[in-house]
Design a protein. Structure first.
Length: 94
């Protein structure tokens, strides 16, 4: 199975594409990114800033970025776990 990582700015169509893929195959799901920071917590896996820093230093993130004072990332472990279960759709801003 393959994994799909959709990237793009806010409102660029990632959710629309993810929904269309899910409608074609219900095994395709949206990945819950890691988040360190404040604000909205729904659909994120929240971690402490210190843990996020450790993940960066250990090169355990496929991708990460900072936005609005928060950090967001896609971790190898969860991404690989989902890929093995064939839940390959995720999205993130690059």
């Amino acid at each position: 199975m393959i994994a799909i990582l959709l990237g793009g700015a806010p409102a660029s169509g990632k959710d629309t594409i993810s929904k269309a893929l899910h409608d074609l195959d219900s095994r395709i799901t949206t990945f819950s990114k890691l988040k360190a920071g404040t604000g909205r917590t729904a659909s994120y896996r929240m971690i402490e800033e210190s843990e996020f820093t450790k993940l960066i230093a250990g090169e355990e993130l496929i991708q990460w970025h900072e936005q609005y004072g928060n950090r967001y990332g896609v971790d190898h472990d969860e991404f690989n776990r989902l890929q093995k279960e064939f839940n390959p759709c995720t999205y993130s801003r690059f």
